[in-house]
Structures are given as structure tokens and as C-alpha cells.
Design a protein around this ligand. Structure first.
Ligand SMILES: O=c1ccn([C@@H]2O[C@H](COP(=O)(O)OP(=O)(O)O[C@H]3O[C@@H](CO)[C@H](O)[C@H]3O)[C@@H](O)[C@H]2O)c(=O)[nH]1
Ligand SMILES: [Mn+2]
Length: 363
């Protein structure tokens, strides 16, 4: 039986890595009580809370946290007509937090994710592991069979080309989940009692040319390297699909990371996921995605971005044109999504003017 860690009595981290260079983005339509358990690891950091659903509902933020909170009224006020690209009634709304942040790194976590225990029973500081993953190179061009070669006690194995051992910059760190795994609705329905108790002590780079199902529950990324591509799409209220927000973003960021020579890692850290959303409600949200993805995946597998596309924004705009051209025949929704991808980039650049980015010495 897997259980969450007990963090009572653990002192607040006295040396929080990247304290002033990282924001924590939390989408919530429930409450933020889970932050009590995370206090030792997260309290030193700035939170960006994206409140979904009814903007008149008061969300309590536990004492001692430094935060900014945005509800739907704030999103509409800040973005004006461009707010149409930010989903309502879906965790996709979290990407608004990525856009308003001014920091280099983002860690995003769901409000039903708690501190996991490692096999030795120690509380896992998931944020610290994500930071380690992001600050260490990735190896997308050649698979290291001993997993993360930069980790203490590991290295590149025999036969690994020395010319590739420098690795590439890491743009994304994708963490995993003990207890309730991130299964789709059909799997949740047939395996309602399945719990993940398997803690695999590994971090791997996802090879170039390989897509993966990115879960937004426990995710960190370098905003300067890949932020503009972390759009979580048009989901939820008024849309024919939901719960494919993180998947869509994951497919977009992976083809762009492959094109720009950036790395994506998956594995440690684990969080303890406590709440299984309702599988029947999820099925209603997911079902179109379940058959559309049989066409979407081949689309992404065949994406070829031009050599002129050298920035994330240029890659993303090129991608939006391909979506409009090649996926609109699947459903008119993709025509709307392609337009929303452009609106997102326009809003991103409005809130993050390139000159400001250059002035801050960012990429
Ligand atoms: O309408 C909504 C629904 C939820 N949220 C917030 O988003 C996260 C995730 O919600 P929940 O835990 O209910 O959903 P899961 O099935 O466990 O989530 C997985 O599916 C992805 C949904 O796309 C999600 O990223 C995965 O973790 C919570 O913080 C809710 O409060 C919301 O803001 N609006
Ligand atoms: Mn959840």
C-alpha cells in the first residue's frame, strides 16, 4: 500500500535552489490545502495560482506563501480579446501562469498532488529533483543504457560516442506519480483500483524523434528555452475535447525541442497523486481525443520545421499553419485551435516583449 510522506517537522529548505529564478504555477478549481504538506520544499518560492471556474469563489492560500492569484476576470482584463485562447473549466488554464511569469523556470503541480516517499521512506523534494534535471544536460541523440550519465555514481557506458557526451540543454523535466497513475478514462474504468506503487529510481532523456504523453501534473521546464510552446490548447468549456491539454502541449514542445536541439527528460521525481477524477466525466471529455489522436500522432511524427525557424515562436507559428492545413479536415476544431495557437504567441510576446527578454540577457 503506497502512502504519502509525512513532512511535519521537516524544516523549510534553508537553501532553496533557483529561489528567485523559478515560479510555481498551480491551476485550481478546488482548494490549496495541499500546500501545507509541501511547505518545507515550496514555501520559499513564489506561487502563481490560476483559479479556474467561478471567479467570485474565494481561494484561501495557506499562510506564509508569497503568491499572485489570477481568476477568469483577471485573465480577461489582462489579455482582453486574446483571453479567448485561455481555456475555462479545464486544467489547461494553467498556461496563463506560464505567460505572466517573469522567471526563467516554471514548476507546475496539481492541487491533489502530495509529497511522495522514496523506497527508503524519505520525503521526496520533487522541486529539487526537477531543478537538478533541468540544470543537467540531456542526451536525445544516443541512448545511454545506464540512464542519466550525469548522475552521481553513473556515467556514459562503453560505446557511447565521446563526441556526444557534452549533451544538449534540457528544456523539460517530466515527473511521475505514485498511487493514482495518470491513466485515461477507459483504463481508469477497467482498472478502478489500480495503484502505482512502483518507484523506478531513474531519469531518462526521451530520444529525438520520439513523442511522449506529457502529463501536466508534475512538470517543470525552462521558460526561456521552450516557454512559448507550452500552450495547453483550447479545452474544457465550449470545446469538444478536454484533458488533452498537456498531451497537445507535449507533442508540440517535443517536435520543437527536437528541431532546436533541446532535451526532454522523464522519470524522477515522483509525487503522490491522491485524487482520481471521475472516469465517466473524464470519458466524456476525452473520447474525441482518443480517436483523433490516431491521426494527430502521425501528423506530429511527420512534422518538418524549416531551417528558417530558429526561435520557439517561429517554430510554433509554422506548426500552427501545419495544424490548420493538415488537421482541420479531421475536425473544424483544429482550425480554431490553429488560430488560438497564433493568438497565444501574440499574447505571449505582448506580455514578454523580446526586447525585455534580451535586456534581461535571456535566450
Ligand atoms: O476544470 C478544471 C479541472 C481541474 N482543474 C485543476 O487542474 C488540476 C488537475 O485536475 P484533476 O486532479 O481533477 O485531474 P486529473 O485527472 O488528476 O489530472 C490529470 O489530467 C490532466 C488534466 O488535463 C491533469 O493535468 C493531469 O494531472 C487540479 O489542480 C485541478 O484543481 C482546473 O483548474 N479546472
Ligand atoms: Mn489529479
Amino acid at each position: 500500500m503506497v502512502e504519502p510522506a509525512n513532512t511535519v517537522g521537516i524544516p523549510v529548505n534553508p537553501t532553496p535552489l533557483l529561489k528567485d529564478e523559478l515560479d510555481i504555477v498551480i491551476p485550481t478549481i478546488r482548494n490549496l490545502d495541499f500546500l501545507e504538506m509541501w511547505r518545507p520544499f515550496l514555501q520559499p518560492y513564489h506561487l502563481i495560482i490560476v483559479q479556474d471556474g467561478d471567479p467570485t469563489k474565494k481561494i484561501h492560500v495557506p499562510e506564509g506563501y508569497d503568491y499572485e492569484l489570477y481568476n477568469r476576470n483577471d485573465i480577461n482584463r489582462i489579455l482582453g480579446p486574446k483571453a479567448s485562447c485561455i481555456s475555462f473549466k479545464d486544467s489547461a488554464c494553467r498556461c496563463f501562469g506560464y505567460m505572466v511569469s517573469k522567471k526563467k523556470y516554471i514548476f507546475t503541480i496539481d492541487d491533489d498532488c502530495f509529497v511522495a516517499k522514496d523506497p527508503a521512506g524519505k520525503a521526496v523534494n520533487a522541486l529539487e529533483q526537477h531543478i537538478k534535471n533541468l540544470l543537467c544536460p540531456s542526451t536525445p541523440l544516443f541512448f545511454n543504457t545506464l540512464y542519466d550519465p550525469y548522475r552521481e555514481g553513473a556515467d556514459f557506458v562503453r560505446g557511447y560516442p565521446f563526441s556526444l557526451r557534452e549533451g544538449v540543454s534540457t528544456a523539460v523535466s517530466h515527473g511521475l506519480w505514485l498511487n493514482i497513475p495518470d491513466y485515461d478514462a477507459p483504463t481508469q474504468l477497467v482498472k478502478p483500483k489500480e495503484r502505482n506503487a512502483r518507484y523506478v529510481d531513474a531519469v531518462m532523456t526521451i530520444p529525438k524523434g520520439t513523442l511522449f504523453p506529457m502529463c501536466g501534473m508534475n512538470l517543470a521546464f525552462d521558460r526561456d528555452l521552450i516557454g512559448p510552446a507550452m500552450y495547453f490548447g483550447l479545452m474544457g468549456d465550449g470545446q469538444p475535447i478536454g484533458r488533452y491539454d498537456d498531451m497537445w502541449a507535449g507533442w508540440c514542445i517535443k517536435v520543437i525541442c527536437d528541431h532546436l536541439g533541446l532535451g526532454v527528460k522523464t522519470g524522477l521525481p515522483y509525487i503522490y497523486h491522491s485524487k482520481a477524477s471521475n472516469p465517466f466525466v473524464n470519458l466524456k471529455k476525452e473520447y474525441k481525443g482518443i480517436f483523433w489522436q490516431e491521426d494527430i500522432i502521425p501528423f506530429f511524427q511527420n512534422v518538418k520545421l524549416s531551417k528558417e525557424a530558429t526561435t520557439v515562436q517561429q517554430c510554433y507559428i509554422e506548426l500552427s499553419k501545419m495544424v490548420k492545413e493538415k488537421l482541420s479536415s479531421l475536425d473544424p476544431y483544429f482550425d480554431k485551435l490553429a488560430d488560438a495557437m497564433v493568438t497565444w504567441i501574440e499574447a505571449w510576446d505582448e506580455l514578454n516583449p523580446p526586447a525585455a527578454a534580451a535586456a534581461n540577457g535571456k535566450a
